[in-house]
Structure formats: C-alpha cells, structure tokens
Design a protein around this ligand. Structure first.
Ligand SMILES: NC(=O)c1ccc[n+]([C@@H]2O[C@H](COP(=O)([O-])OP(=O)(O)OC[C@H]3O[C@@H](n4cnc5c(N)ncnc54)[C@H](O)[C@@H]3O)[C@@H](O)[C@H]2O)c1
Length: 257
C-alpha cells in the first residue's frame, strides 16, 4: 500500500497544563495526556493534591510536575503559568477543566450559588485562557481545550446556573477561536454527558437517577473519563489541527435529540 501520512495523536514534546486536576476528569486527563507522551503540568488549588496525581504518573514513567493554581485568583493563575514556562521553556496546550457542578431548582438558586459557579466555570476559565494565550500567541502556536458540558447545549432541569456558565464557555470558545485562531492558537470545547467520577458517583449510584440519565443517552450508558480523554487528546494533537471554534459533544447522542 502506498504510504499515507496518518495524523498523529501523540503529544510528545508538548507541555500541557490541566486545571482542576486534583480528582475526577482532570486527574484522569493528566494520566491519559502523560500516556500520550505529553509533559503534564498538573494543577490544583492545593499543591499536595496536584502532587498526589503526579506521583503515580511519574512512577509509571510519565512526565508530570505539580503546581498550585486557583482559577478564581488571577495572581495564582499568572504564577502557575510563569512557573510552567520557566520549568519547561514553553506551554503548548491548556486544558481548562476546573469546574463546579452543584445543582438546584431555579427558584432556590441563591446569589452566592450563582456567583461561585460563574467565578469558577466562566470567569476563571476565561482568565486562565487569557493568561496562557498571551504566551501562545507570542509563540504563534498553541491549543486551548475548554471543558463545557451537554448542559450548555440543551436544557436540563435544576441546572440553571451551571447551564448558563457552560453556555457562556461555548460562546467564549467561539469568540476566542476567531481572535486567536489566526495567531496560531486553536480554541475548542468538549461537552460531555454524565461521566462517572467521584463528583457524580453519589447520584449515579442511585439506580433511579441512573436510569433517568441512561434513558436519555442513545448509546445506553454514561460516559467514562477515558471518553473525555479521547476528545481532549484529539483536539490537542496534530489530528485536530483544522478544528477551531468547535464544541465537541461526548454525550452518546444526548444532544442529538
Ligand atoms: N462528571 C461529569 O459528569 C461532567 C459532565 C460534563 C462536564 N463536566 C465538567 O468536567 C469538569 C471536571 O468535572 P469532574 O466531574 O471531574 O468534577 P470534580 O468536582 O470531580 O472536579 C472538579 C475539579 O475542579 C477543581 N476546582 C474547583 N474550583 C477550583 C478553583 N477555584 N481553582 C482550581 N480548581 C478548582 C476541584 O478541586 C476539582 O479538582 C468540570 O468543568 C465539569 O463541569 C463534568
């Protein structure tokens, strides 16, 4: 067969910063990114939590370092990004994963609840992206993957603040893709359905709730962290070179209905 250039999904020589990596999807993404060859900057609000994710990656032969980063604190974002660039020479990919996910009926949402959600999911994500993009735009190269949700695309009862924050993430992705795409920085979002993580386990372990969720997922099961990792690695890799301004659903078809 004539040789064909298959676009690579490997991330060798790429430095990838992941926010909210202390547990759940963020921690799993760090493992998957390291297994794909990336050098991973594992960030969490507490450095000890980041280090706990780094240790097994290092033990398995992967490249990872721990940093403290709180997405609601602009000095903390700048400090972490400066440290990553100083330690590794450059930063290629941001995976803006940090997020809050509590839910409540709209009539019971408080101002505090609303502000917390927006501060982390939307404002925090934007200023992390802006800080990383200053470096990436100067280099003329970079990728930003923002963690959205299926709740950004369809209405789900009791998710009003969460949905509004993630809908904001999608619009942020589209605008940044137009501004930074021409300068070498692709910006995309990933919109998962329910993923089994420590944060969702309590609800998904309830068979009644699980059935109500699975009934809405055409493939017939909830997602796993590796499903999200596949999308993130694709968008971060050579294979995703032409993808910019897209919200990639990883939802088994929930939002196709
Ligand atoms: N699990 C799901 O079903 C699901 C579905 C769709 C989208 N998502 C999104 O995926 C992302 C990860 O979700 P998860 O299920 O792993 O949740 P999780 O609660 O297990 O993890 C969220 C992470 O964000 C961190 N975080 C919170 N506030 C922060 C701050 N101020 N600064 C830095 N980090 C902070 C937490 O410490 C934690 O590590 C979130 O953005 C979430 O909205 C999750």
């Amino acid at each position: 067969m004539k040789s064909v250039h298959l676009p690579s999904l490997q991330l060798d020589d790429k430095v990838v910063l992941v926010t909210g990596a202390s547990r759940g999807i963020g921690a799993g993404l760090c493992e998957a990114l390291a297994a794909s060859g990336a050098t991973v900057a594992v960030t969490a609000r507490r450095i000890d939590d980041a280090q706990a994710v780094v240790d097994p990656i290092s033990d398995a032969g992967g490249q990872a370092l721990a940093y403290s980063l709180d997405v609601t604190d602009l000095d903390s974002i700048q400090g972490a990004v400066d440290s990553v660039i100083s330690d590794h020479g450059h930063l290629d990919v941001l995976v803006a994963n940090a997020g809050l996910g509590f839910n409540a009926p709209a009539l019971e949402v408080t101002e505090e609840h609303w502000d917390q959600m927006m501060d982390v999911n939307l404002k925090g994500l934007f200023f992390t992206a802006q800080t990383c993009a200053r470096h990436m735009v100067e280099r003329g190269s970079g990728r930003i993957v923002a963690m959205s949700s299926q709740a950004s695309l369809v209405g789900i009862p009791n998710h009003v603040a969460y949905s509004a924050s993630k809908g904001g993430v999608n619009q942020l992705v589209r605008v940044l893709a137009l501004e930074w795409g021409p300068r070498g920085v692709n910006v995309n979002g990933v919109a998962p359905t329910f993923i089994y993580t420590p944060g969702t386990a309590e609800r998904l372990d309830d068979p009644v709730f699980l059935k109500s969720v699975v009934d809405r997922i055409p493939v017939g099961h909830v997602g796993q962290i590796k499903d999200v990792a596949g999308a993130v690695i694709y968008l971060a890799s050579e294979a995703g070179t032409m993808v910019n301004g897209t919200i990639l659903s990883v939802d088994g078809g929930w939002t196709a209905q």
